[in-house]
Design a protein around this ligand. Structure first.
Ligand code: IVH
Length: 676
């Protein structure tokens, strides 16, 4: 590291500390990193170097000494924070092979007996700590700030890979097992495609998607996210194992998910060979990895080596450098989406990156373009960060052609010419001409007709043709199309017209939740529509809900609530709903579909609190299926408080004060005749 004088070092250290804290927050809390891991590690490395040079400026609170915190209480979640029994640390990391040999030398100096390494994939997900007691899953905590984590048990029980009960020999009475919750590529791509279709910001990479999903307030939605888990660290008091690998093999035999890709290396050269092998092989894996972890295998030696403030001395991580390509930027297109959002897309000189030719890359929004200070003709770095389209991560200033100019972000919609607007709290520009902007209108029809929405036989070409004729402007117009009109279209025959009309007819039986999704209300994706349909039961009840009512619902934030209100407060929105209802579409949940199991709970108002063997949503549905009513808070009108694991102490106190019976989940199932 170059020498730097004391005043400059002090200033730079202050800057790096603030920057790293900000990036930690973006990464762990918002799940929206602004820089790559590699850039983050560079900043961290610089800070470590400066603190070594000037130890007087190395304060206790430096990000070099604590792990980034994922605690989400600050962002309004209701996860309970629970202290970790053993601190949950991070790993030292390196991108340089010499440092691996230095790691090995440090170990050799510290211990006087032979040792070996466990070599493992570094799964790119979010860390989880599971506690099992008497063979049953007791609790799941996130890493949090390393000393306490968010209790996400109610979500984790919805991950199929994580067993709730263990089977086999020698299961300790109580132990912890740590690992990673991750989202396989296939699930990640599916989720991002859904998010893009409903104009929600896609997740930057599977890691952010996994940790965002784990923190969802609605466990049922979480179940649809396809999360997986791998466990790599067993902890506890007086455990009988001598080596790390032995402990993991035992865990595997009890039914816990342990990596099948690990290997035992007898020295550092063996570990380096493993790294070299997986540097290419990892590209064939169905999930993301960001490196290799090398751990001393002998547990007694791990104890002797101990920890620094932030990481174990007995383990280190080799990080893979993201693959990059450098290529000239030819031009920038501005694409208008279905809801009017304008996305800048870079056209690049085609270049080979990780086996595919890249021609286009997303520039996200105007802020991102400004941040990169991008000019037409610039050589730009492109990276595949796990996104569907690659992204531009930097500009090679030394190659900037003379006279290169910045691309001009349009002031008006490239499609209809309306001046663009920008919402205060969003980075995107929008075309506000919802009613008349052709791209937006056509996009609304394509979304409406989609397979997950109304499933009507109308793809892009059909929508274009019907629009060009002037026959479709608002969604209900579809239901006024006649056979004669359709047959008159270029290339259409009686058969295609009939098929189209049949699909329109069939769409009248599509359940309400899909109709709600099909309307294309901004920020209402498939899952949110499902949840709202279940919650309100009908479009009229939803249309009447105030912003306050809406934000009370789990996973509905201010932005979504505002968007729902804006839709039903607009004449166009109300008119669309009225005419679609007249056309015969389902505007309420089919009462028959809501299976009635019994009327055992008729006249009972029940408040639920805590966690159950089924999700809270499912519990509420079960109460209704037995004729009962759900209420949110305990009052004189409450019949029972149904208390699950970790029921809210306030609710319990209030029930006791008012003399309201508190029943357990088992009692509930006994009363309703269900299984406990
Ligand atoms: S061992 C005491 N093994 O990487 C440290 N961590 O950057 C125990 N990770 O916090 C961690 N795969 O979330 C370990 N095979 C593996 C891992 C792994 C992924 C994560 C973990 C850790 C982070 C450090």
């Amino acid at each position: 590291m170059a020498k730097i004088d004391k005043t400059a070092a002090k200033e730079r250290i202050g800057f790096l500390k603030r920057e790293l804290e900000r990036h930690n927050y973006n990464y762990y809390v918002l799940n929206a990193p602004a820089i790559s891991d590699f850039e983050f590690d560079l900043l961290m490395g610089e800070l470590q170097g400066l603190e070594k040079m000037y130890p007087e400026f190395a304060t206790e609170d430096s990000p070099t000494r604590h792990v980034g915190s994922d605690l989400s209480a600050a962002s309004g979640s209701d996860f309970v924070q629970v202290p970790h029994r053993y601190p949950m640390l991070s790993l030292g990391n390196t991108y340089a092979k010499e440092e691996l040999y230095e790691f090995d030398n440090r170990i050799r100096k510290a211990v006087s007996v032979p040792y070996s390494f466990s070599c493992e994939l570094k799964f790119d997900g979010t860390a989880i700590c599971l506690t099992y007691r008497n063979g049953r899953l007791l609790r799941a905590l996130t890493r949090g700030d390393g000393t306490k984590g968010d209790d996400v048990t109610r979500n984790v029980v919805n991950i199929p890979a994580i067993p709730r009960t263990l089977h086999g020999e020698g299961i300790p009475e109580e132990f912890e097992i740590r690992g990673e919750i991750y989202m396989p590529w296939a699930a990640f791509e599916r989720l991002n495609a859904e998010r893009t279709a409903s104009e929600q910001e896609p997740f930057a990479n599977p890691r952010n998607a996994a940790s965002g999903s784990l923190k969802l307030q609605n466990p049922e939605e979480m179940r649809t996210r396809g999360l997986d888990c791998v466990l790599y660290h067993v902890l506890g008091e007086n455990l009988p194992f001598k080596t790390h690998i032995e402990a993991l093999e035992a865990a595997r035999s009890w039914g816990l998910p342990v990596s099948e890709y690990s290997s035992h290396a007898y020295d550092i050269d063996g570990a380096v060979a493993y790294i070299e092998e997986w540097d290419t092989r990892r590209k064939t894996l169905p999930f993301a990895t960001d490196g290799i972890v090398i751990k001393v295998n002998e547990l007694e030696l791990q104890r002797q080596l101990g920890f620094t403030a932030k990481s174990p001395r007995w383990a280190t991580a080799w990080k893979f450098k993201p693959e990059q390509a450098l290529t000239p930027l030819l031009s920038v297109d501005y694409q208008v989406g279905r809801t009017g959002a304008v996305t800048p897309v870079a056209n690049l000189e085609p270049v080979l990156l990780s086996g595919t030719v890249v021609k286009r890359a997303s520039l996200h929004n105007k802020d991102q373009m400004d941040l990169l200070d991008i000019h037409i003709g610039d050589y730009v770095y492109v990276e595949k960060g796990g996104e569907i389209i690659p992204k531009i991560t930097g500009v090679e200033l030394s190659k900037r052609p003379a006279g290169a100019a910045r691309p001009v972000f349009p002031a008006c919609c490239p499609d209809c010419g309306t001046p663009l607007v920008r919402d205060e709290d969003e980075a995107r520009h929008y075309c506000p001409n919802r009613e008349a902007c052709p791209v937006q209108i056509k996009g609304r029809f394509i979304h409406f007709a989609g397979r997950k929405a109304m499933d009507i036989l109308a793809g892009e070409a059909t929508v274009d043709a019907l629009y060009a004729k002037g026959w479709i402007r608002t969604l209900p117009d579809l239901y006024t199309l006649t056979r004669e009109q359709l047959i008159s279209l270029d290339g259409w025959q009686e058969k295609s017209a009939d098929n189209f009309l049949d699909s329109l007819e069939a769409s009248k039986r599509v359940p309400f939740e899909r109709v709600l999704y099909a309307l294309g209300i901004r920020h209402i994706g498939e899952q949110t529509a499902k949840m709202l349909a279940r919650h309100f039961g009908s479009i009229d009840a939803l249309a009447e809900a105030s912003r306050e009512d809406l934000v009370q619902i789990e996973d509905i934030g201010g932005t979504v609530a505002d968007s729902i209100r804006a839709y039903f407060d607009s004449e166009a929105g109300r008119d669309t709903v009225r005419r679609l209802r007249e056309a015969g579409l389902q505007m309420a949940v089919d009462a028959d579909a809501r299976q009635q199991l019994s009327d055992t709970l008729a006249g009972k108002t029940i408040v639920i609190s805590g966690n159950f063997s089924i999700s809270r949503e499912a519990m509420k549905a079960l109460i209704e299926a037995h004729g009962g009513k759900n209420a949110g808070s305990v009052s004189g009108k409450t019949s029972w408080l149904l208390a699950g694991e970790k029921a809210g102490p306030e609710k319990l106190k209030k029930a006791e004060k008012l003399g309201i019976p508190v029943i357990s989940e088992e009692e509930f199932h006994r009363i309703t005749g269900g299984e406990a």
